[in-house]
Design a protein around this ligand. Structure first.
Ligand code: PXG
Length: 465
């Protein structure tokens, strides 16, 4: 078959997919039995599938399509750049205009003295870059023993060997191992782990695990700490207000570099350009990807502070790291145009002043549903915690993920993409979502909860662990 067409019958596409396509984070055998969903097009906040369904994408793809689908300007920017300079690298004393312009633009947008950009093609790659950057920095500073990077359990930083090791997902470590020199501390997930503590006391306690870990390892062994302002893939875990100030204090006290992974929270998701601004965090390095191009091109970057960039850059030896596609001109041109759209269309203001307040009222109202024990919403990333007993913050007796999966299946059936992370339902819609579309999203979410609730009761699964 040499022509990819949308016009084959769904069953034929599914059969070809099952025969040849290995999917990420999937059991392909199980998927083949169920039948994969074939997406054929998208516009605004809606996806279209091969059966003609119009699906509201409550996840913006994988948290990335910030400006919505089908923007002509981005297609034009790509076509223009492909004609002008389809590819050249940024190794060997060369550069090109899109990489220059995007680096300068990111330096302008990023807070503080985050003025230097190392390009990658994804968030995982950018985090791998960060591992090298911080270790190289300490080598040059004459402290080569500072190698350990501290991260959090249930954090997510990608699925390359470096990114997957920084992440705190045991099932990813189990898939082929984990690199050395990465240590994990607890996550600030009050609902699941805070027991009888107040959120504030719990947030402080979890942050202080960083200090304990630094003291256990010896401060002279610790290169950096990495965290997401709000854990995304972990279930939209919003840390208590006490958490980040204490992390910042501890990093400063021990001279530990602070890497903030903004792959999801960057470019308007939290109601500011960056999550760091929402949570008042001052990092040495910021990881970005996803919303940087709204997913129209694969691109990521490490945005680095003056001190680290100058120390590494002023050494006479090379920084021996880089990717064929670091600063890819087409990806960079598309990212630049995407940032122009975000600014010119006032998308961050739209999130802060229109979409967030409108969604917040309706989203938090879902807390009256018998199954919803907690609702969170920061900007346009939100979660619903499912529970059989709200007062006790109880877990379901069923296998972890089973109940969440049932709700997700109802969402699918009702033409809403709302994902689940175990028993947390999560949303992260395109930032351009309108109040009318928010009404549809919430109505479908409620309908799906109602249907799943009935099914859970009928199947005898309404039981506490
Ligand atoms: N950091 C964070 C905070 C992320 O959310 C990455 C790094 C890695 O980016 P790349 O571009 O290498 O995938 C991510 C990616 C999910 C899901 O199911 C989340 C991500 C990727 C795939 C699935 O929530 N986040």
């Amino acid at each position: 078959m040499n022509k990819i067409t949308n016009h084959l019958p769904t069953a034929e596409l599914q059969a070809l997919d099952a025969a040849h396509h290995m999917h990420p984070f999937t059991s392909d055998g199980q998927l083949a039995k169920r039948g994969v969903r074939v997406i054929t097009g998208a516009n605004g906040v809606y996806l279209k599938d091969s059966e003609g369904n119009k699906i509201l994408d409550g996840m913006a793809g994988l948290w990335c399509v910030n400006v919505g689908y089908g923007r002509d300007e981005l297609a034009e920017a790509a076509a223009r750049q492909m004609r002008e300079l389809s590819y050249y690298n940024t190794f060997f004393m060369t550069t090109h205009v899109p990489a220059i312009a995007l680096a300068a633009k990111l330096a302008e947008l990023a807070p503080g003295d985050l003025n230097h950009v190392f390009f990658a093609s994804s968030g995982s790659e950018a985090n791998d870059t960060n591992i090298r950057l911080v270790r190289r920095y300490w080598d040059i500073k004459g402290q080569p023993e500072r190698r350990v990077i501290i991260a959090r359990r249930n954090g997510y930083h990608g699925s390359t060997m470096g990114g997957g090791s920084l992440g705190g997902m045991a099932y990813i470590h189990a898939a082929g191992g984990k690199i050395d020199g990465i240590e994990h501390i607890g996550q600030p997930h009050w609902w699941a782990e805070g027991e009888d503590m107040t959120p504030e006391a719990f947030g402080l306690m979890r942050a202080q695990e960083l200090e304990a870990k630094i003291l256990e390892l010896g401060a002279d062994k610790v290169a950096a700490f990495i965290g997401e302002p709000v854990q995304g893939a972990g279930g939209v875990i919003v840390p208590p207000a006490t958490y980040w100030p204490e992390i910042q204090r501890i990093c400063e006290k021990y001279g530990v570099l602070l890497i903030v992974d903004e792959v999801i929270t960057g470019f308007g998701r939290t109601g500011n350009m960056f999550g760091c601004q929402t949570f008042n965090i001052k990092p040495h390095i910021m990881t970005v990807a996803k919303g940087l191009s709204s997913g129209y091109q694969p691109i990521g970057a490490s945005i680095v502070c003056d001190e680290i960039a100058h120390v590494i850059g002023n050494d006479e030896d090379d920084f021996n790291h880089g990717y064929t596609y670091s600063g890819h001109p087409v990806a960079a041109a598309v990212a630049l145009e995407n940032l122009r759209i975000i600014e010119d269309d006032g998308i961050v203001d739209h999130v802060r002043n229109v979409a967030h307040p409108y969604l917040a009222e309706k989203w938090h109202a879902l807390a009256d549903h018998p199954m919803v024990g907690q609702t969170t919403l920061v900007g346009l990333m939100g979660s619903l915690q499912l529970t059989p007993n709200k007062e006790k913050r109880a877990k379901f007796a069923a296998k972890p993920g089973r109940i969440g999966y049932m709700v997700r299946e109802r969402c699918f059936a009702n033409n809403l993409i709302m994902r689940h992370v175990y028993e947390r339902m999560i949303i992260s819609p395109p930032l351009v979502i309108t109040p009318e579309e928010i009404d549809i999203l919430v109505a479908r979410a409620r309908l799906s909860l109602d249907e799943a609730y009935k099914q859970i009761r009928d199947e005898g699964l309404w039981q506490e662990a």
